[in-house]
Design a binder for this molecule. Structure first.
Ligand SMILES: [Zn+2]
Length: 302
């Protein structure tokens, strides 16, 4: 299904070129719809593996923004993922709020986090791409200046997997069901944004979408919903791209055979392979899950 879209892409480009030649005044912007699925943090090994497994099973390009802490914990796994051509971008070493960090420690405090990530990746032989995403989305002109001086391009998001929203949980003592606290605002991962509402500078008219998800202990629903999110974007004619591909229009070359091996790569060099199966998909309309809430369905915990 993905290869069909990829094959069609040059045709889109030729069509766009012809359109530009015929009517240059009205040919502003591309009509190709692109979506970049991105996964942050990397606090949970199993969910990292499962995100790659779903990507491999559907041949869907994805992009990771792990912390340096995660690179340190699972160096061989990240190396295998990066060597397969799945982009690994900068999410700092320790995940601080960089606005606060700048206020407290100045440019050097921000630089040590971003350059620290680059140095760490280099020392662990993990290939990384020059894109960064600020933890918690917190950045300002000062922070941006530091990142730019290191050759890093800011990458925000337009939509989320809603994995920072409330979920139903069970109180271990009382056995009662309750709603976990909201971590932040959330949006439907299958919704496209119109121009002007996006934080992603290249987004225009909702044709370039960047979806934020996490591979953390509390985000099992993200990998379980991934296949449904992919199917939804595919049905709406979106082409799946990595962040570097969306930013530069340079095709990414993910080696899917290598990516398939990366799914079970030992976490540390010399370690044992980790058998990993695809996550059990969940119905995106199941009221138990946050994805449903993002669709405007009221959640009831019983
Ligand atoms: Zn994060």
């Amino acid at each position: 299904m993905k290869s069909r879209l990829r094959t069609l892409r040059p045709l889109f480009m030729v069509a766009a070129l012809i359109a530009a030649l015929i009517a240059p005044a009205s040919a502003a912007g591309s009509t190709v719809k692109e979506v970049a699925l991105t996964f942050d943090d990397g606090d949970n090994e199993r969910h990292i593996r499962q995100a790659v497994a779903v990507a491999v099973s559907t041949q869907t390009p994805i992009t990771f923004f792990p912390t340096g802490k995660s690179l340190r914990k699972f160096p061989n796994l990240w190396k295998a993922i990066g060597d397969a051509g799945i982009p690994i971008a900068n999410h700092t070493v320790t995940h601080p709020n960089l606005k606060t960090r700048y206020a407290a420690k100045g440019a050097a405090g921000v630089r040590s986090e971003l350059q620290g990530f680059i140095n760490l990746a280099r020392s662990l032989n993990i290939p990384v791409v020059p894109y960064w995403r600020p933890p918690g989305g917190a950045w300002n002109a000062d922070v941006l200046r530091v990142a730019k001086s290191l050759g890093l391009t800011l990458t925000m998001w337009t939509n989320t997997f809603a994995d920072t929203a409330p979920m139903c949980a069970t109180n271990k003592k009382t056995g009662k069901r309750y709603l976990t606290p909201t971590w932040g605002s959330f949006f439907n991962a299958t919704r496209t944004y119109s121009a002007g509402t996006s934080w992603w500078s290249k987004t225009s008219g909702g044709t370039q979408v960047n979806v934020l998800g996490h591979v953390n202990p509390y985000t099992a629903q993200t990998v379980k919903l991934l296949a449904a999110v992919i199917a939804d974007y595919d049905a709406r004619g979106f082409e799946f791209v990595t962040v570097p591909e969306m930013a530069t229009n340079t095709p990414n070359n993910i080696d899917w055979a290598k990516a398939a091996l990366a799914v079970s790569a030992p976490a540390k060099a010399g370690g044992a392979r980790v058998p990993t199966s695809l996550p059990t998909p969940i119905n995106p309309l199941d009221k138990t899950y946050t994805f449903a809430q993002a669709n405007g369905i009221t959640i009831t915990c019983r």
